[in-house]
Design a protein around this ligand. Structure first.
Ligand SMILES: [Zn+2]
Ligand SMILES: [Zn+2]
Length: 217
């Protein structure tokens, strides 16, 4: 059975609260629902949540399902920005509707297409899927990180993702900024790229933080 959109939104909210803010119980008001709402009944019937007077807590079974929903939401956002070129301020609404259309079967294809992105456009981490762990470097990717592409690959920087501000600053001062054309000159022993007329060298880890939109062949 497929979850309703409302139930999926509740799962996402609960996962974000639990995993990213450390608050385990969310109140009904905060979730914009109530104890007798159909979406709450739905989640109880599936045994995804535990309900008390204070609100709702995700249980173990629900946690996995919720993580998948968050993953789909953040993948949908990446898809909006990286592939459809929708501006960030217009993205939210479309992404919210689109995420519910992403089924399990296509989720991995979308993730591969996007080069197994590490973060959504808001900088929030995207939970990994099986495809990310197995990292089959499918030639179908439209976006890839610079550590995974071959010499001679051309594209434009789509976005940078690193949890480390110092590294981010370093990449930016090298001229690695969204929209800038890149060409891979060398991949061993260091990664060397042509950025405009300049050549820059970075280690593998830093190359993995730069995602480029590949030039179509
Ligand atoms: Zn986001
Ligand atoms: Zn993946």
């Amino acid at each position: 059975m497929r979850l309703s959109n409302n139930a999926e939104e509740i799962l996402e909210h609960l996962w974000i609260m639990t995993m990213e803010t450390g608050k385990k119980t969310s109140g009904f008001k905060e979730l914009k629902t109530d104890r007798n709402a159909p979406e709450v009944e739905e989640l109880i019937a599936l045994n995804y949540i535990d309900v008390s007077e204070k609100g709702i807590v995700l249980n173990k079974k629900g946690m996995k399902e919720a993580e998948d929903a968050v993953r789909r939401h953040r993948l949908a956002e990446r898809l909006m920005i990286d592939v459809f070129g929708i501006r960030k301020n217009l993205m939210e609404d479309t992404a919210c509707r689109f995420e519910h259309l992403i089924r399990k079967e296509v989720e991995e294809s979308i993730c591969t297409l996007l080069g197994h992105p590490k973060a959504c456009p808001h900088g929030k981490p995207i939970p990994q899927g099986r495809c990310c762990r197995e990292r089959s470097r499918s030639p179908k990717s439209i976006v890839s990180n610079l550590a995974d592409v071959k010499k001679g690959t051309k594209g434009r920087v789509a976005y940078l993702y690193t949890g480390d501000n110092k590294k981010l600053g370093k990449l930016m001062t090298m001229g690695i900024l969204p929209g800038v054309p890149v060409e891979v000159v060398q991949t061993f022993p260091t990664h060397v790229f042509k950025i405009g007329h300049m050549q820059v060298a970075v280690d593998r880890e830093m190359a993995g933080d730069v995602f480029i939109r590949l030039k179509s062949r």
